[in-house]
Design a protein around this ligand. Sequence first.
Ligand code: FES
Ligand code: FES
Length: 158
Amino acid sequence: MINLNINDKSVQFDGDENMPLLWYLRDDLRLTGTKFGCGIAMCGACTVHLDGKPVRSCQTPMIQTQGKNVTTVEAVNAIQVGAQIQRAWQDLDVVQCGYCQSGQIMSATALLMEKIAPSDADIDAAMGGNVCRCATYVRIRAAIHLAADRLQTEAGKK
Ligand code: FES
Ligand code: FES
């Protein structure tokens, strides 16, 4: 039995401990905001937070979630940074088809949780594993800077 928290709810998983977390989220819990893209940790569409760090849920076996906190895009707005990221995404109209965007938002939120004023190089390093076939990269970078500015203003650092 694997005990973990998903979006602040305690859950118990009683299945194959090698099953990817992504399958559990989408197929068992119906948290379908997290997307399946490549299945081999190459696209970032399946990114969620494991204890606040971005991970590829398609390559995270359930055994690695024991005792951990998982956050998915469905609950990212409960985090102050996540709410600002989503607001900036809307204000700058980042999304095109949308398929990659859950993963983009989770990676961007993790970046700003670590670093409140990232440089372009920081953004490129943090977001490099999140592929967007619609090439929304310029708007993603602008939205991260906008969210960072707003967070710094809220924190009295601007
Ligand atoms: S589906 Fe997990 S990285 Fe592509
Ligand atoms: S918005 Fe279409 S793949 Fe990124």
